[in-house]
Structures are given as structure tokens and as C-alpha cells.
Design a protein around this ligand. Structure first.
Ligand SMILES: [Ca+2]
Length: 425
């Protein structure tokens, strides 16, 4: 894969090369010998080879790592939360909440989830614990909420529940329901620009509690990017709510005419990465661009991150980008961007002990089958990037730093896995 770059000349070269590859791909697939892996249907990623059993000892640029499979029995695992007793909660996108105790996946999903619409990339998404979980046992999960009478009409919701560690949730209640109910019916009639995708795509749905004790939730543009710029819509926003779903009084647009009061930032496409910087407390986020233009952003209250007017990527149907790629007044440029896309999932800054050289580095789980490590210099500017775990050939959805300082990675596969990365002996 080409490394990221910022030169317009290089952009054109790579764009041209990609176009040539795209044109040649069907012919190459036809000529492939019978033993070759099947070609992916148009618009879908190529098939993933099955994950082997491991473990793997891998030499990376700054550390020798030992990668083990915690479990392989997860269908499109999406989010992971560490429990104070050493266990973990894991979501599966089709709509199951799972628990891992003592390193073993409980075969029985936790009961009590509300109806969830699992279609395209919607479903059960992230899970986070309340900052005082050990005391109040509150968990939060994000999901695609179906309308009672027309289930294909959905919205992003966050529910809160009490979980005593057993087989079922209690007191399940929505604390956030985005006001924008939307589905294929509307998407067929709303005259969107730019060749945007299905209504069941681009939910965002990543969550994190900030140091302020407030819950940050990414809300994707549902492939209706015009709404990312509309302050009356939660599409294409990051929202901030209290732990009970209330609106914090100091949210940036509270009391401002025409603005949803939960909005924290505007102008996002599909932010599926969200984390708190362990030193500065800043919120950082990754998001999918269209064709190219994936971004890493530092999230600041009230700012506009540009989509659908500004992107380094290209619209799917070739429509011109309205306001350009960067330095647009009123819009925040990304800290980093990628052309072509890396398809970024979740992110985590490393602050553990076992890998001292990685401290302060950012890890990105990518659907282009690598774990990307980004170093930062003393002034906080991103530097060298390293692609790890490419030899496993898996789409990666989530990365977290465990309480033990090891990295935990979820693969975004039907035969999905949880991987653990510690130091090799
Ligand atoms: Ca942007």
C-alpha cells in the first residue's frame, strides 16, 4: 500500500494509478487460475483468508510482539470494554452482547437488548462502561434503532442498562435517540448528491466518556452528507450528553437558534474511531472519507470538520468537491488524512508499560487489514507511520489498550476474533 502523503502531484499520480487498477481488475479476475481466491462482488472488499490459530511472534520496527487469539467465535465484533474484574464485554454487530471471563468467551450472549436493526453496517455497535461502573454497574451501548412499525426506518440510539455481571441486562433505557429517522424509502426520494451509499451505512456510533464525565458519541452522516452541515440534524455530528442523557449546559450550541443542543462538532462523514488522549485529555477521532480522504481529527467544541463541502477524497460519482480539500475558512483541517483510504476503525493512544517505545503513539485498527502505528514528535505533530499485523490478513475494527498494557484488537469478520498483543519472549 502507498504510504500517506500530502502533495497534490502525488495525489493525482495515485488517483490515476487507482483508476487504472480499477479498470483492469475485472479482466485480471477473469484470467485468474481456478485455485485463486474468488473475486469480490463489485463494491465489496475482497474475501478475507481465514485467521490461523497462532500464536505469532512478529518483529515490528520497535518491538518484538507476541500475538495470541483470545477467541475466534465472534461475528463482526465491533466494540470492547474492560471490566474491573479482568473480564471484557464485546459487542457483535448482528445484535449480541458477549462477555469474556478469565479469557474465555461465554457461549451465551447477555440477554435484554432492545430490538436492533442489523443491516449493511448498522446493528449493535459500541459498548462503554460508566466511569463509576464498579459502583453503579451501568453500561452504555450504541445501536441502530428500528421504528416500531417500519423497521427499515432507523436512527442511531444509545441505551443505558444496569448489569450485575450475570446473564441479563436490567433497567434498559435509551438515553439518546437521534431525531433523524431514516431508511431506504427516504433515501430513494431525497435527491442526494454525489452518488452516496445506502441509508443503513455510516452510523458512526463510537462512544467514549471524556475526562469531563460526559459521553461523546459519533453520529455518522447515514450517507446523506448534506445533513452533516445542517445544525438541525444529528447526521454527521459528534454529540455530547450527560450520563443520564441530559444536555450539558456548556455544550457549544446550547440556546443557539436552529441547532440541536447535543451537537459538539459538525461536518463529519462516518467517524468510527473515538478516544481520549491519555495525557492531554483531548478527544481524537478517525472517520471514513468517500473515495480517499479518511481523516484523523482532534475534536474541539463547536468546530466544523468540513464534510460534505471539504474533503481530500473524491465523490463516488465524480461530482466536484464544493469547497476544496483544506484551508477552508470556518472548517478544521484533519491532523492526518489518507489517499487512498485506509478505512480506519477505532483508535487508541498507547500509554502502557510493556512497550515503552510506543508510549504516546496512536494505533488505528483498519479495514485495509493492518494495525497502523503513528508516532508523534515532541511538539505533537504526527510523524512516521508503521503498518503492523499485515501478515494476518484480517480486517480490523477496534483497538484498545488493556489494563495490562497489552493491545487488544477485534477483527471485522464473519469469523471474527479478539487478538491480544504482548511482548515476545
Ligand atoms: Ca474533514
Amino acid at each position: 500500500m502507498p504510504t500517506p502523503f500530502r502533495l497534490p502531484g502525488a495525489f493525482l499520480c495515485v488517483a490515476a494509478a487507482l483508476a487504472a487498477l480499477g479498470a483492469a481488475a475485472p479482466l485480471a479476475a477473469q484470467q485468474a487460475p481456478a485455485a485463486a481466491p474468488p473475486a469480490a462482488p463489485a463494491g465489496r472488499p475482497p474475501a478475507t483468508k481465514p485467521l490461523e490459530d497462532g500464536p505469532w511472534d512478529i518483529t515490528t520496527e520497535q518491538a518484538r510482539i507476541h500475538v495470541t487469539v483470545v477467541t475466534k467465535n465472534l461475528d463482526h465484533p465491533w466494540g470492547l470494554a474492560f471490566l474491573p474484574d479482568g473480564g471484557m464485554l464485546v459487542t457483535e454487530r448482528p445484535g449480541r452482547l458477549r462477555v469474556i471471563r478469565g479469557g474465555v468467551l461465554d457461549p451465551k450472549p447477555i440477554e435484554g437488548l432492545p430490538p436492533i436493526r442489523a443491516a449493511v453496517i448498522g446493528g449493535l455497535s459500541d459498548v462503554v462502561l460508566h466511569p463509576q461502573f464498579a459502583r453503579n454497574r451501568l453500561v452504555y451501548f450504541s445501536y441502530s434503532k428500528p421504528d416500531k412499525t417500519e423497521p427499515s426506518n432507523t436512527t442511531l440510539a444509545v441505551a443505558r442498562a444496569r448489569w450485575d455481571g450475570g446473564g441479563a441486562l436490567a433497567n434498559v433505557e435509551d438515553v439518546f435517540v437521534a431525531p433523524d429517522w431514516y431508511g431506504p424509502e427516504t433515501a430513494g426520494k431525497n435527491h442526494r448528491c454525489c452518488g452516496q451509499g445506502p441509508a443503513d451505512g455510516s452510523f458512526g456510533a463510537r462512544m467514549v466518556f471524556g475526562r469531563d464525565g460526559l459521553l461523546y458519541v459519533t453520529s455518522g452522516d447515514r450517507n446523506w452528507g448534506e445533513r452533516s452541515q445542517e445544525p438541525s440534524s444529528d447526521f454527521g455530528k459528534i454529540v455530547r450528553i450527560r450520563d443520564d442523557g441530559g444536555i450539558p449546559k456548556n455544550n457549544p450550541f446550547v440556546g443557539k437558534e436552529g441547532f440541536r443542543p447535543e451537537i459538539y462538532t459538525l461536518g463529519h462523514r462516518n467517524p468510527t474511531g473515538l478516544t481520549v488522549h491519555p495525557v492531554t485529555g483531548e478527544i481524537w477521532s478517525t472517520e471514513f472519507g468517500p473515495r480517499g480522504g479518511d481523516e484523523l481529527n482532534r475534536i474541539e467544541a463547536g468546530k466544523n470538520y468540513g464534510w460534505i463541502l471539504v474533503t481530500h477524497g473524491q465523490h463516488y460519482n465524480g461530482d466536484p468537491v464544493v469547497s476544496g480539500a483544506e484551508h477552508v475558512p470556518g472548517m478544521v483541517d484533519p491532523v492526518l488524512y489518507w489517499v487512498p483510504s485506509i478505512n480506519p476503525g477505532n483508535i487508541a493512544f498507547y500509554n502502557g508499560r510493556p512497550f515503552a517505545p510506543w508510549r504516546g503513539d496512536l494505533f488505528i485498527a483498519t479495514m485495509t487489514r493492518s494495525l497502523v502505528r503513528i508516532a508523534f514528535d515532541r511538539t505533537g505533530h504526527p510523524g512516521k507511520q508503521e503498518k503492523m499485523l499485515t501478515e494476518l490478513g484480517q480486517r480490523l475494527r477496534d483497538v484498545r489498550v488493556g489494563p495490562d498494557g497489552y493491545l487488544y484488537v477485534l477483527t471485522d469478520e464473519t469469523a471474527g476474533a479478539l487478538l491480544r498483543i504482548g511482548p515476545a519472549k
